[in-house]
Design a protein. Sequence first.
Length: 239
Amino acid sequence: MDHVLPNVEWLAGKVEDVQLLLVEPDSDLPSREDVLRLKRIHELHGNTYTVHLPTLKAVDGEKRRHSVETLARVIDLTRPADPLGWTLHVGPSPVAPDTDVERWHEWAVTSVLDLGQLTGVLPHHLRVENLYAADLAPLRRVVSASGCQLCLDVGHVVMARGRPLDAARDHLPVTGHIHLHGVTDRDHRSVAHFPDLSGFLALLEATRFDGVLTMEVFGKEDFESSLEAYARAAREVTT
Ligand SMILES: [Zn+2]
């Protein structure tokens, strides 16, 4: 967590919401003191937080229960920083070969509901995130059955050669969080590489999207180039 706090302090005055990446429960977890420092940064700068949780396992038995408990521990730890929501991947992917989609669906829904019950977090503050374009339909079923929301990663849609604007049109009504990034030699590159950024922002405006938009890029250079590209595209939308 030592590497996270300086980053949060640097970002706090520059963005409205900071996503905390806590995907490795054995090494990433903040201490109670760290979380109180995050809360103080929020009080000073007014920024909010969203939390990226470890993967929720849609499998049977003890492994699934253990996974739910692990995520619940991260939620309980971070709650004093008052996050707007918690994002998670459901693994294995519903579109992986040999996946029995009906059993996957049942386990995924049960896990999301168990996580809500164990922590007292309302389902719509939990967001299931796509890793591909093709897993949006099965995740959408989980959203419908559990009352959670979608975290729509439009960069992952691009990565999977899908159509990000179509995905947004289809799924924005149940989306509480958007991950935006460009794809070049790999994903999570500057938003400047995102196709039709101004068209995408116009769609968010037209549909009055009021969730969280995270530019999910790593490194100062990609972050600064993303801010510039975003501002340029936003100007195109308003003129
Ligand atoms: Zn993402």
